[in-house]
Write a protein that binds this ligand. Structure first.
Ligand code: FES
Length: 110
């Protein structure tokens, strides 16, 4: 089983330092965050039925599965969606990635 490096950056100014963790191939960014004590909302429990696990992929988009139409629909409903937006629960890693976590203190919509 391959192990990759995931770098978490934070929009929340109270968390200025990046957090770098190791994770196994095929794990989701949501699970990796939660296992490492990083707060990331996941109102639907990780089944691509909300937009609260919204993250920005700053590097390594090519190391994630292609976005499905369903994921795209929910990203449209996220706060401040950008080109590099993904849903953390749908991003299984197949290489190193750098992820920016939106401020989790903002009330996130569905
Ligand atoms: S946790 Fe709901 S879509 Fe990811």
């Amino acid at each position: 089983m391959n192990v990759y490096e995931v770098t978490f950056l934070f929009e929340d100014k109270n968390i200025p330092q990046p957090v770098v963790v190791k994770a196994a191939e095929g794990e989701s960014i949501l699970d990796i965050a939660l296992e490492n004590g990083i707060e990331l909302h996941h109102n639907c429990g990780g089944v691509c039925a909300c937009s609260t696990c919204h993250v920005y992929i700053e590097e390594g988009m090519e190391n994630l599965p292609e976005m499905t139409d369903k994921e795209e629909d929910y990203i449209d409903r996220a706060i401040n969606p950008r080109l590099e937006s993904r849903l953390g629960c749908q991003c299984l890693i197949y290489g190193n990635v750098t992820v920016r976590i939106p401020d989790q203190s903002v009330l996130l919509g569905h």
